[in-house]
Design a protein around this ligand. Structure first.
Ligand code: ADP
Length: 463
């Protein structure tokens, strides 16, 4: 029933009651007074009954609204029971239902956004951890947990002190929690492979002061972001080592050239016996310098990606025979038996014949160099799973297991002093590996100290 109609009925009821009471009190006719009294009683009784009924319904509706308000507080957004009375309480119910559906939509959108952000954070390649004001990890993604060697479930909730044990990083986290911005550091993680991470730490601001009071201006946590820089550090080290190595390699021949030319100028020129020997030494060192610079230029060309193999059909057998013929005089001078151990006539490789020849020449030169007199060197070729594999075996000094991978690094030599004496640059295998990889193949070594070595490289077949 509408509120205005109710109030009109109420006024009419009161007027009736007053009229009945007036007649009952002031009428001169006793019979009329009695009737009026009866009517007044009847009116009061009806009024009381109506009021009781109304009050019961009113308190039931208020209880319903209270229940809905309680449900709202627990994020239960079901609407309050229908109410068609159209009075103020019904309007309050409608307003509460509107607020509930508004809140439900808002919370739904926020939950969706939160889930999206969580998915993004969890999938990021950077490691991310949020540390709360109590210095515990409130959130971390998988990359972070993988870096610290635990599962995300084990990291979350733990004190950061137990997760990262590097004091400098913990200090940065504390400074971040105190509100300092732009904090950077480096985290080193030991393990099967040493890894280095750049760490950035920023405070997580609390709610605005005007909303949540002066305490809230302090950060409620700090975010740590880890990005891997292992490769960057490795390359920096490689570059430093390279500069040091090049300087070292160039210094020896340059010092000798300088020393012997000064000796000559200082009077040895007149010494007919020694002057020729000195000039020969100068020439040998100059040749070594030129070999090093040639190799370095070749390497830098390859590494800069400026080497483009001219792919053609290369017959493995022919390649091997030519390389053996070219190496034979040096092998014979050392009384080494050098032979081809067979290559299928039909074995055709897809490659640049000059570059493949360079790889083979290098392996043969090494085999001759590191095999003592009287030894044997064999070259063979075979097909293996879409590749042609060429192998050079020798009965030479062999390579210790721990160094077998390292000999492909620039300037790496097993016995540096001796190899240098033999005129080697330590760049040959590094160049060979680049050349083979430029063809889409691989080069490997098997070796035993004192027994010999077998270098094999694979090149895709020409079909
Ligand atoms: P180098 O110019 O010194 O030969 P390489 O890169 O070709 O440079 O070889 C690197 C090192 O690998 C050599 O110094 C040598 O110690 C080792 N090595 C290469 N080939 C052989 C081999 N056939 N037998 C034994 N050691 C070898």
């Amino acid at each position: 029933m509408r509120a205005s109609l109710l109030s009109k009925l109420g006024v009419a009821y009161l007027l009736f009651l007053l009229a009945a009471l007036a007649v009952a009190g002031f009428s001169s006719k006793p019979a009329l007074r009695q009737d009026a009294l009866l009517v007044a009683f009847a009116l009061v009784a009806t009024g009381l009954a109506l009021w009781l009924g109304f009050w019961k319904r009113f308190s039931r509706r208020v209880a319903g609204l209270k229940e809905s308000a309680r449900r709202l507080a627990t994020a239960d957004f079901r609407p309050a029971p229908a109410d068609r009375s159209g009075d103020d309480l019904a309007e309050l119910r409608d307003a509460m239902n509107d607020a509930a559906s508004g809140l439900a939509a808002r919370i739904g959108a926020l939950t969706q956004a939160r889930d999206r952000w969580t998915a993004i954070l969890r999938g990021m390649v950077e490691g991310i951890a949020v540390v709360d004001a109590g210095e515990r990890v409130a959130f971390c993604n998988e990359t972070f947990s993988e870096v610290v060697g635990m599962t995300a479930a084990r990291v979350e909730g733990r004190p950061i002190l137990e997760v990262i044990r590097q004091p400098e990083i913990l200090e940065l986290v504390r400074r971040g929690l105190a509100g300092e911005e732009g904090l950077r550091g480096e985290l080193e993680v030991a393990g099967a492979r040493r890894r280095v991470f750049g760490v950035t730490i920023s405070p997580v601001p609390g709610s605005a002061e005007e909303i949540a009071g002066p305490q809230s201006a302090r950060p409620i946590g700090a975010v740590a972001v880890l990005h891997e820089i292992t490769e960057l550090r490795r390359l920096e080290q490689v570059r430093k080592d390279f500069v040091a190595n090049v300087s070292h390699e160039l210094k020896t021949p340059l010092t000798s050239i300088q020393g012997f030319s000064e000796t000559l100028l200082g009077g040895a020129l007149e010494d007919r016996v020694n002057s020729r020997r000195f000039v020969e030494i100068i020439r040998d060192h100059a040749l070594r310098l030129s070999r090093i610079t040639d190799d370095l230029l070749k390497l830098s060309r390859i590494e800069a990606g400026r080497l483009e193999p001219e792919f053609q059909t290369v017959f493995a057998k022919e390649l091997i025979e030519r390389a053996i013929e070219a190496a034979r005089p040096r092998a014979e001078a050392k009384r080494l038996a050098l032979r081809s151990a067979g290559a299928p006539e039909s074995l055709r490789l897809r490659g640049d014949s000059n570059l493949l020849r360079e790889v083979l020449d290098n392996l043969l030169a090494n085999a001759i160099q590191y095999t003592p007199e009287g030894g044997r060197i064999e070259v063979s070729a075979a097909e293996d799973q879409g590749y042609g594999v060429i192998s050079v075996s020798d009965t030479g000094i062999g390579i210790p297991e721990a160094e077998q991978e390292r000999i492909f690094e620039r300037f790496y030599r097993v016995d540096a002093a001796r190899s240098r004496e033999l005129g080697s640059t330590g760049l040959g295998l590094s160049i060979a590996r680049h050349l083979v990889e430029a063809h889409g193949g691989r080069i490997v070594v098997k070796s035993a100290v004192g027994e010999g070595s077998r270098f094999s490289f694979s090149i895709p077949l020409d079909r």
